[in-house]
Design a protein around this ligand. Structure first.
Ligand SMILES: NC(=O)c1ccc[n+]([C@@H]2O[C@H](COP(=O)([O-])OP(=O)(O)OC[C@H]3O[C@@H](n4cnc5c(N)ncnc54)[C@H](O)[C@@H]3O)[C@@H](O)[C@H]2O)c1
Length: 247
């Protein structure tokens, strides 16, 4: 088993949903977590909650669509902790809009945060991991990035781009001891998913493969696996949490 005890784990989107659950679980398993989000009060509360449970978490505020902010945040993390062993990238946005009604700004904002930001972040963290000669990245992708979507074309395009980036990173960094995987969490009960599915949540959840939506803590268990034992040799893979049902 590969332990994450005393590993430095940078977790984005840590103020809410899947990122928050991952930050808690990794910290409780012994990692030194750096929780990052643009929601300053939210990420602060998460760090306090983790510390209150006797685990270790620092926090940083960063707009993860902005290259300069990302560079400064990664530099500061390296100055503080000396290394980054695990990157969990869960920051993202998702807003419904029929494809032909999408505005230029809606398209650009989704691509800015979900895809541009992922490139800036993984490039900067990737450089540090290559220098260390080790590391693992887990990027939250989506089934929509594989299958497309009528009302989420901008989101699907951003996640499809993330999937291609995951594979490219795996190819580029593998010989430097760095593994990179994507995780499609499926329908998970978070503010993002509730906002994106305002109607018929219970019906959609009941129709999913396991008869319910995932809870963020359940997705965090898969992230923990990929951060440790699962990420030791597996790379360039896009894991789904369950077989996809029609939608
Ligand atoms: N929940 C689902 O059903 C589901 C399904 C497929 C994929 N995903 C993906 O999982 C990831 C986590 O989603 P979630 O459901 O936990 O969402 P969430 O809304 O609960 O959490 C997302 C977090 O990202 C942060 N964030 C958004 N934009 C940011 C930015 N520019 N800079 C910094 N932080 C920013 C938000 O403040 C929030 O704390 C996302 O990438 C999402 O696309 C979720």
């Amino acid at each position: 088993m590969v332990s994450i005890q005393n590993k430095v784990a940078l977790v984005t989107g840590a103020a809410s949903g899947i990122g928050r659950a991952a930050a808690h679980l990794l910290a409780l398993e012994g990692a030194q977590v750096l929780a990052v989000d643009r929601d300053e009060s939210g990420v602060g509360r998460v760090c306090e909650a983790i510390s209150a449970r006797g685990a270790r978490a620092g926090c940083a505020v960063c707009d993860l669509g902005e290259a300069e902010q990302i560079r400064a945040m990664v530099e500061s993390a390296l100055a503080q902790y000396g290394r980054i062993d695990v990157l969990v990238h869960a920051a993202g946005i998702c807003h419904a809009m029929p494809l032909l009604q999408l505005s230029d700004d809606q398209w650009r904002e989704t691509l800015r945060i979900n895809l541009d930001g992922t490139f800036f972040l993984t490039r900067d963290v990737g450089r540090a991991m290559v220098e260390q000669g080790s590391g693992t990245m887990i990027l939250m992708t989506s089934d929509r990035g594989v299958y497309g979507s009528i009302d989420y074309a901008h989101y699907a395009a951003s996640k499809g781009g993330m999937i291609a980036l995951t594979k490219s990173l795996a190819l580029a960094l593998g010989k430097h001891g760095v593994t990179v995987n994507g995780l499609n969490p499926g329908m998970t009960d978070t503010p993002l998913a509730r906002t994106a599915n305002p109607k018929n949540w219970d019906i959609k959840a009941a129709a999913d493969v396991l008869g319910k939506a995932a809870m963020p803590d359940e997705i965090a268990q898969t992230i923990l696996f990929l951060a440790g034992t699962g990420g030791a040799y597996t790379t360039g893979q896009i894991l789904g949490t369950r077989i996809r049902y029609g939608q």
